[in-house]
Design a protein around this ligand. Structure first.
Ligand code: PLP
Length: 290
């Protein structure tokens, strides 16, 4: 019998090459500390077994302690990246994180509308973990007017939801009312994250149409860099794999919990960070048991 050659079309190596992975696009800023931003997005997408594409909107110079500076990628280069990936890849979902400037919001919103992009998850990144503003106030108005209406899911944390609505949110009733008002901005669904509230239990509220689903878990001590990026990317990965929205959110919530429990310290300021790829096998095994 003739032996299969390594590169021949029916060899195991060739069939691995010809298997196409689903693609998820992350539109985000680079975090040089490696904790958040595009670095967290791509690790998360890879941990879900999908191919991550990236459009970088801003390059932050930051470490475990502070943001030193931000370079905004010119809109024409943002558009060039969008053109390059949309012309070539079948993009099953899009996760948007830091946009950084009004011009970036406009460029991305116009492009995604014209491209008819599917399954857009928008993490409204306004402030870095260390407190530095990552979107100017005028950018917020543009997000509201131009990008939110295109999104399948908006994932604000409490301060971001307060900024979007222009009021404080304190009680459970405030959270539920906020969900309705955020939906009225035009996203098809909203995941309002309660991590910034007090209490031993953290509750995230998923609003979709008339339904509200609450995801609660015990509060883990301390804060971890990149949780918002990781959660939104994990949801986008679920949508790209055709999970219904609620299942995609439920799976991503479990994924983030496991990653936060495995967080480690990095840098002189000792930021806590996650590396999902390292735990991929354990994640897959745990998901099979659910
Ligand atoms: N994107 C970039 C480039 C960042 O630097 C940060 C935070 O520092 C974020 C997003 C938001 O990170 P998190 O997921 O911790 O909210």
């Amino acid at each position: 019998m003739k032996k299969k050659q390594p590169g021949s079309p029916d060899s195991p190596a060739a069939s691995a090459i010809s298997r196409r992975k689903r693609c998820v696009l992350a539109i985000a800023g680079s975090d040089s500390s490696g904790g958040a931003g595009i670095q967290a997005d791509l690790r998360t997408i890879a941990a879900h077994g999908l191919h991550g594409l990236s459009v970088i909107t801003a390059v932050t110079a930051q470490n475990s302690g502070a943001v030193a500076s931000v370079h905004h990628v010119p809109p024409r280069q943002i558009l060039a990246q969008l053109n390059a990936v949309f012309a070539d890849f079948d993009i099953a979902a899009v996760k948007i994180g830091m946009l950084g400037s009004v011009a970036a919001v406009d460029a991305v919103a116009d492009y995604l509308r014209q491209a008819g992009a599917r399954h857009i998850v928008l993490d409204t990144v306004l402030v870095a973990s260390s407190g530095t503003a990552l979107l100017p106030a005028r950018g917020l108005a543009r997000l509201r007017a131009r990008l939110i209406p295109l999104t399948e899911l908006l994932t604000p944390n409490l301060p971001e939801a307060e900024a979007l609505l222009g009021r404080r949110l304190r009680s459970d009733l405030d959270m539920r009312r906020a969900g309705k008002d955020l939906l009225a901005l035009g996203a098809r669904a909203v995941l309002l994250k309660g991590g910034h509230r007090r209490g031993r239990l953290v509750s995230d509220y998923l609003f979709a149409g008339e339904s509200v689903t609450v995801f609660s878990h015990a509060r883990l001590p301390g804060s971890v860099r990149g949780t918002g990026c990781t959660l939104a990317s994990a949801i986008a990965a679920g949508l790209a794999s055709n999970l219904p929205l609620r299942d995609a959110v439920a799976r991503a919530e479990r994924f983030l919990q496991r990653e936060m429990q495995r967080a480690y310290r990095a840098g002189r300021a000792g930021m806590r960070a996650m590396s999902p790829a390292a735990t991929r096998a354990a994640t897959a095994a745990a998901d099979r048991k659910v």
